[in-house]
Design a protein around this ligand. Structure first.
Ligand SMILES: [Zn+2]
Length: 271
């Protein structure tokens, strides 16, 4: 609408919320969905090739997140701006909130950034992303709904010259309500190497979004990291989306069953 306030326009541009009214208890988050750098930033001085690399985004993660959202009927919150502009999964005081160097590649457009320029990046993409997620979770909780938060990321097969053996990693800190059954289900699959708090752990400061929105509210949450060569094309993204959706669905049903069992006998009709 032409009369919409500027703030709403900014949110529409840099964060996308889909399936807002989804029936699932899950809320799916994709912090590093996009490698889009708004034209005003002149590609941050990087080449097109650099902007296609994992330093700019999590290749394949959005496809998996969308498949999960579709299959679970869960809302999806995605950032539509490259993490090199501002990293939505970093605290405001993190040194790599706006990375001047990413895996050995200098990012010219990010070096010597003034406080005002840094704040502009935050206002452009970081703040709207977290406002949207905060509002979504807040609304659902206010309606008395259960909320389980899942964030979807991808990682590069080789980092710092070292090959990573895991096909998928579950990052969860000491929060195990989703991670324990998810790890068990993944380990049941043949020919899959599964990382537990690998290839990152929350100590690597990669857990900000879940800390801020789920841990702070005592909500069960998990961060799923998929090696990006597994999800390089749509077929792979669909396979992983379906696979994880099936597992998460079962986990939510089992959790709901346990919650019902915990209720006082008079409080619930056991059919
Ligand atoms: Zn990521």
């Amino acid at each position: 609408m032409a009369t919409a306030p500027a703030e709403t326009d900014a949110i529409a541009e840099t964060v996308r919320l889909s399936r807002r009214d989804g029936t699932s208890p899950y809320v799916v988050v994709c912090d590093h969905a996009s490698n889009f750098v708004p034209p005003a930033f002149a590609s941050l001085g990087l080449t097109k090739t650099d902007l296609l690399r994992h330093i700019a985004w999590d290749p394949g993660a959005l496809g998996v997140a969308r498949a999960l959202s579709d299959r679970l009927d869960a809302p999806l919150v995605e950032s539509r701006v490259s993490r090199l502009v501002v990293d939505c999964n970093r605290a405001l005081d993190a040194p790599d909130l706006v990375a001047a160097t990413s895996e050995g590649t200098p990012v010219p457009g990010n070096s010597g950034l003034s406080a005002a320029a840094r704040q502009e990046r935050i206002d452009l993409a970081h703040a709207p992303f977290h406002r949207a997620l905060d509002a979504l979770i807040g609304e659902r909780l206010a309606e008395g709904r259960q909320v389980l938060v899942v964030s979807v990321h991808s990682f590069t097969p080789v980092y710092g010259g070292v090959a990573r053996p895991w096909h998928v990693g579950i990052v969860h800190d000491d929060e195990d309500r989703l991670s324990a059954p998810l790890l068990a289900a993944l380990r049941d699959l043949p020919d899959l190497t599964v990382g537990d708090n690998q290839p990152y752990s929350p100590a690597d400061r990669v857990y900000y979004t879940l800390e801020r929105h789920a841990r702070s509210r005592g909500l069960a949450c998990v961060m799923i990291e998929i090696r990006n060569d597994e999800i390089a094309d749509e077929a792979g993204q669909r396979v992983w989306g379906e696979r994880l959706a099936g597992m998460l669905e079962t986990i939510a049903e089992q959790a709901a069953g346990r919650a019902a069992d915990d209720l006082p006998v008079e409080g619930v009709a056991h059919a």
